[in-house]
Write a protein that binds this ligand. Structure first.
Ligand code: URP
Ligand code: ZN
Ligand code: ZN
Ligand code: ZN
Length: 485
């Protein structure tokens, strides 16, 4: 007989509802929700909200990138996640160009053995060829039905439109979800070269080389290509109005296009790059770069109105030393920022506490929408009987000042340093196991399991507007004029 746990006296908050109930956990699953439940161990949630654990749909743990490896691995990364109420991460399996996709999965399987919470993978399409085409069905069969395409990082990970269209069509056949890092890599490369030639080699050059138009153009292009391939599309790290506008327009036309703002873009702005010391600015170099207040307002509006669905971190943490590789040439600063531990408290503080988001919208954007889009609902993203017991007991009165000194991430700074958050987990459960107890992290390396996902044929077979309007039709004609007249 396993020990049951019961979370008592809390208010359950899901994407749909807010109500009083106790939650009973047995064997890693939620087995009952209701009044007056009994269990072997009682967890008191008085004054707290009981919510589905956060799911981060976008992380890069121990990833080889720009000549180095991102500093947080599956152990420190998932410990950071749990500490802040995130109970699952979806990490990008990244084959080097030319490498077998299946070989890359083996690498990621080996890296993830010490994960403290559950995880899943997306596959990155970093090159194109017969081998990639042939391996894609096996990738899907291994529980990875989502493929990311980099439209930037020219000369490294970037795929061109020909490759992207081919891959999107393959995704359509397989019921898989294509994803894009939407930035016009050709324009970025040219602007970067120009800035460097003019002597603008500091970290602010990174922001100048990637204006919002670069992202808006690529987002729109990817949407149109997805439409022609007849697949939905997931746009990662949507950072600006131009990209949001393209997503909004596509959705209004009936297309299944999803947008994912990052917590960093919602809260931090471009002033982080200007009139700051080199380290400060370089630590915030990521793609796309931070934007201005107007873009932030657009992203917040997208989350409350539903034109943007998920909040992620794109956690790809580099130490100050790693960032310093780019002294004298901003194009060599490893791109990426952290945020795994801070996503939920920061979104709660700047979203729920300000009235921009309801608590239910908060749960939807950090967990439920992600589980649904990535086809793992209601195993994940739900407080329902039979769901995994990935649960946060959230204390809206608990507060702290974010600091690198107290964080779980192994890097030596935090982009949210000094921000005061109000709303933190009191307890966190990962498949029923306590990972945070009264605010103290006690995560177990190796507890995390791989979550296999099925392709979502139901969504992917519903073809786009273009396919429905223009069905291919061969026109038979007589009286064809002779050639060479
Ligand atoms: O700058 C970023 N976003 N680094 C991580 C890799 C990616 O592009 O998502
Ligand atoms: Zn990206
Ligand atoms: Zn990323
Ligand atoms: Zn365990």
């Amino acid at each position: 007989e396993s020990m049951t746990k019961v979370i008592k006296n809390g208010t359950v908050v899901t994407a749909d509802r807010t109500y009083q109930a106790d939650v009973l956990i047995d064997g890693g699953k939620i087995v009952a929700i209701g009044a007056q439940l009994d269990g072997d161990e009682v967890i008191d949630a008085t004054g707290c909200y009981v919510m589905p654990g956060g799911i981060d749909p976008h992380t890069h743990l121990e990833m080889p990138f720009m000549g180095t490896y991102s500093a947080d691995d599956f152990e420190s990364g998932t410990r950071a996640a749990l500490s802040g109420g995130t109970t699952m991460v979806v990490d990008f399996c990244l084959p080097s160009p030319g490498q077998s996709l299946l070989e890359a999965i083996t690498m990621w399987d080996n890296k993830s053995t010490r994960a403290c919470c559950d995880y899943s993978f997306h596959m990155a399409i970093t090159w194109w060829g017969e081998q990639v085409f042939n391996e894609m069905p096996e990738v899907v069969a291994r529980g990875i039905p989502s493929f990311k395409h980099f439209m930037a990082y020219k000369g490294a990970l970037m795929v061109d439109d020909d490759e992207m269209f081919s891959s999107f069509q393959r995704c359509a056949e397989l019921g898989a979800l294509p994803m894009v890092h939407a930035e016009n890599g050709d324009v970025v490369a040219q602007l970067s070269a120009k800035l460097l030639a003019e002597g603008n080699n500091g970290p602010e050059g990174h922001a100048y080389s990637r204006p919002p138009e670069v992202e808006g153009e690529a987002t729109n292009r990817a949407i149109m290509i997805a439409d022609m391939a007849g697949v939905p599309l997931y746009v990662v790290h949507t950072s600006c109005e131009q990209s949001h506008e393209a997503i909004r327009r596509a959705r209004q036309k009936g297309m299944r296009v999803f947008g994912e703002p990052l917590i960093q873009h919602l809260v931090l702005d471009e002033s982080e790059y200007f009139d700051k010391d080199w380290d400060h600015a370089a630590r915030r170099v990521m793609s796309p770069p931070f934007r201005n207040k107007q873009h932030q307002d657009s992203l917040w509006a997208g989350l409350s109105s539903g034109s943007l669905q998920c909040v992620a971190t794109d956690h790809c943490a580099f130490t100050s030393d790693q960032k310093r590789t780019g002294v004298g040439d901003f194009t060599k600063i490893p791109n990426g920022t952290g945020g795994l531990e801070d996503r939920l408290p920061v979104l709660w503080t700047f979203g729920v506490n300000t009235g921009r988001l309801t608590m239910n919208e908060f749960v939807a954007a950090t967990s439920t929408n992600i589980a649904k889009i990535l086809n793992m609902y209601p195993q994940k993203g739900a407080i329902l009987e039979g769901s995994d017991a990935d649960i946060i007991v959230w204390d809206p009165e608990r507060s702290k000042t974010i600091s690198a000194k107290t964080q779980q991430s192994v890097i030596d700074y935090n982009v949210f340093e000094g921000i005061e958050v109000k709303g933190l987990p009191r307890h966190v459960f990962t498949r029923g196991e306590a990972a945070v107890v009264d605010g103290t992290v006690q995560a177990t390396p190796g507890h995390g399991q791989f979550v296999s996902r099925e392709p979502n044929m139901a969504v992917n077979k519903a073809l786009s507007t273009w396919k429905q309007v223009v069905a291919p039709r061969k026109v038979e004609r007589t009286g064809i004029p002779a050639t060479g007249v």
